[in-house]
Design a protein around this ligand. Structure first.
Ligand SMILES: Nc1ncnc2c1ncn2[C@@H]1O[C@H](COP(=O)(O)OP(=O)(O)OP(=O)(O)O)[C@@H](O)[C@H]1O
Ligand SMILES: Nc1nc2c(ncn2[C@@H]2O[C@H](COP(=O)(O)O)[C@@H](O)[C@H]2O)c(=O)[nH]1
Length: 212
């Protein structure tokens, strides 16, 4: 490689920043639990891409932190204006990642974490975001159902929709090349260790760049 090309690659790497991370997997598999642990342990290294959704906030969820809670009309208007990287309909509600949500994190030179469903994964694959794709899977459908019921956030109707989507998600997660890593979240600490190990290189890069 010539020095000019080498310099170009180095400048491009700095300008694009660290690779984002996409966490996906069935509702109730433990994505939010794992990403909250990462955000807590590595406060200035990771940043969460705050999605938009039309679903109602759960007790304790904060607008602008957990999600941007919006109406269907508002979200559709922003989608039509080209403000979203991806969007999907899940369990009767709209969800989507805005360009500004990702830019807000990348602008701080942090690793951007996106929590999206399987449609989101497929749509992000068509973009130039080039994230690390990680699937979080439950040990079994029975355990998934128990975790979702114990969480007490869903109506029976929403729970059934989420379990139906989980069946498809669990089958697709084994598709070769779709995910860089599939973590089976049986034991939380073990799953978290696997996640940290997979991201160790990116974490070191960001820590290093913040020192210099
Ligand atoms: N390893 C684990 N063992 C037992 N319970 C767990 C484990 N991981 C997560 N949980 C619990 O399971 C429930 C679902 O986890 P969480 O909300 O993180 O799932 P999620 O994948 O983010 O779901 P959603 O996509 O609906 O937001 C939570 O109540 C959480 O405390
Ligand atoms: N395609 C997208 N999916 C998203 C986004 N934000 C969240 N999600 C996924 O929705 C379900 C349900 O989430 P919940 O908070 O209502 O339990 C879950 O699988 C998330 O991963 C998004 O921006 N795009």
């Amino acid at each position: 490689m010539s020095w000019r090309r080498l310099l170009y690659s180095a400048v491009a790497a700095v300008m694009t920043g660290p690779r984002p991370v996409v966490l996906s997997g069935p509702s109730g598999a433990g994505k939010s639990t794992l990403l909250k642990k990462l955000l807590k342990e590595y406060e200035n290294v990771f940043g969460f891409s705050v999605s938009h959704t039309t679903r109602q906030p759960r007790p304790g969820e904060v607008n602008g932190k957990d999600y941007h809670f919006v109406t269907r009309e508002q979200m559709q208007k922003e989608i039509n204006a080209g403000e979203f990287i991806e969007h999907a309909e899940f369990s009767g509600n709209m969800y989507g990642t805005s360009k500004s949500a990702v830019q807000a994190v990348q602008g701080q030179n942090q690793i951007c974490i996106l929590d999206v469903d399987m449609q989101g994964v497929k749509n992000i694959k068509k973009t130039d975001l080039k994230p690390i794709y990680i699937s979080v899977q439950p040990p079994s459908m029975d355990i998934l159902e128990k975790r979702l019921r114990d969480r007490q956030t869903e109506t029976e109707e929403s729970l059934q929709k989420r379990l139906a989507a989980a069946h498809t998600d669990m089958e697709l997660s084994n598709e070769p090349g779709l995910f860089d890593l599939v973590i089976v979240n049986s034991d939380l600490e073990d799953a978290y260790s696997q996640l940290k190990e997979a991201l160790a290189e990116e974490i070191q890069k960001v820590k290093g760049s913040k020192k210099s």
